[in-house]
Design a protein around this ligand. Structure first.
Ligand SMILES: Cc1cc2nc3c(=O)[nH]c(=O)nc-3n(C[C@H](O)[C@H](O)[C@H](O)COP(=O)(O)OP(=O)(O)OC[C@H]3O[C@@H](n4cnc5c(N)ncnc54)[C@H](O)[C@@H]3O)c2cc1C
Length: 354
């Protein structure tokens, strides 16, 4: 999803970089002939208790410069007849693109500009000198004046190798998806979201049509049994090591103490298609559990601070010679070109100050 920037705190890095990144991404897609669609999205309040949060969300979106259309129950039915709710927001700026295609086009443009891409080179030791940095990557030693690190799920480990103590650790949250049965696809003509819990940095299980016609339902947010365990969660040696690493960290225990209820609910819904279907039916009543087939999962790299708080905003920190992206969850794909520009500005500023 090319996110609009509806729910981010005005003035935050997320809000700024999502807004500028969305425009830059759309311009990139147009320039490089990448198929995309600006479909808009719906955020749906399914009971009167969510109306206050929906109002706050609309104000937030407007403070972020977005057009936000407020719909009553009838207005919602007119826009998406299969979607049920007492009120909704329609945000026209949201769009869709296949991000793997976008990433391949970034890679192609970089190579055409003379950049060498070394894939499959795991970064190990990082040593800084007064004049630069030496990186051990897949058995070769690379020297540079500056190092920029975007290591996603390994961001904290790589930062530590560079001597950065940022008081953050990455906690991996699995986001599982289901695919909607072919004959139900017309029920979801545009992305449909629930009203998010403003105290959590997740958007809630939503329905997303894709450019190839598929409709996915998800993602949930379940503590992952390993940072890169994209396949099914099994309780094996790797999972136990991962649980031991998490449980051994006081900050993660604080996080778990605060969020155990939400965590238990997510776990139960991950195990039961019936519970998942019940969440989905609140938004689209005609969908039942037989319409949902499990499909690929993703894993979010979510930074947690020493107090056990889930970091909401993007986080970037640096040593004298390296700049590290330490928290770049969604909408970092939407914002990627703007994040790149921001990182380049940081390095150019450092270069001009030396
Ligand atoms: C389920 C899910 C759904 C999402 N949906 C959206 C969406 O709809 N819209 C949106 O805008 N964003 C979305 N996002 C967010 C977006 O995908 C991420 O925010 C973005 O990919 C973060 O980029 P990154 O470069 O920081 O990390 P990554 O994309 O994770 O890239 C990090 C790279 O570093 C490599 N790496 C790690 N350690 C090392 C090492 N030691 N040596 C060498 N390489 C290393 C990894 O292999 C990886 O290739 C979603 C994320 C998830 C998980």
């Amino acid at each position: 999803v090319i996110h609009s920037g509806l729910s981010y705190r005005p003035g935050s890095l997320k809000a700024q970089l999502c807004t500028s990144g969305r425009s830059a991404l759309l311009a990139w897609c147009r320039r490089h002939g990448i198929e995309h669609a600006v479909t808009g999205k719906l955020v749906v309040a399914t009971d009167a208790g969510q109306l206050g949060a929906l109002r706050d969300l609309a104000r937030r979106g407007e403070a972020n410069g977005l057009a936000v259309e407020r719909l009553g129950a009838q207005g919602l039915r007119d826009r998406a007849p299969a979607v049920a709710g007492v009120a909704a927001l329609h945000v026209p700026a949201t769009g869709l693109v296949d991000f793997a295609t976008v990433t391949r086009s970034f890679a192609g443009s970089l190579e055409a500009a003379g950049v060498e891409l070394r894939l499959g080179h795991a970064v190990g030791a990082i040593a800084e000198t007064r004049r630069g940095v030496v990186v051990d990557a897949g058995g070769t030693s690379l020297r540079a004046r500056w190092l920029v690190v975007c290591a996603g799920l390994q961001a904290d480990h790589v930062a530590r190798s560079a001597g950065l103590r940022a008081g953050l650790r990455i906690v991996p949250f699995r986001g599982e998806y289901h695919e909607l049965a072919h004959e139900r696809r017309p029920l979801v003509p545009l992305p449909v979201y629930p009203v998010p819990d403003p105290s959590l940095p997740f958007l809630g299980v939503h329905l997303t049509p894709h450019l190839d016609g598929r409709v996915t339902v998800g993602p949930n947010a379940v503590l992952a049994a390993g940072r890169e365990r994209y396949r099914r969660q099994l309780l094996d040696g790797e999972a136990l090591r991962s649980v031991a690493e998490l449980a051994g960290d006081a900050a993660v225990r604080r996080m778990a103490a605060r969020w155990w209820r939400a965590g238990a609910w997510e776990l139960a819904r991950s195990r039961s298609t019936r519970l998942l279907a019940r969440s989905v039916q609140r938004l689209v009543p005609d969908i039942d559990r037989h319409d949902l087939t499990p499909t690929a999962a993703g894993i979010r790299a979510q930074a947690v601070d020493d107090q056990g708080r889930l970091l909401d905003d993007f986080a970037i920190a640096r040593t004298p010679r390296s700049v590290h992206v330490l928290n770049a969850p969604s909408p970092a794909a939407t914002a990627s070109l703007a994040i790149g520009q921001h990182l380049a500005d940081v390095v150019l500023h450092l270069e001009s100050a030396t």
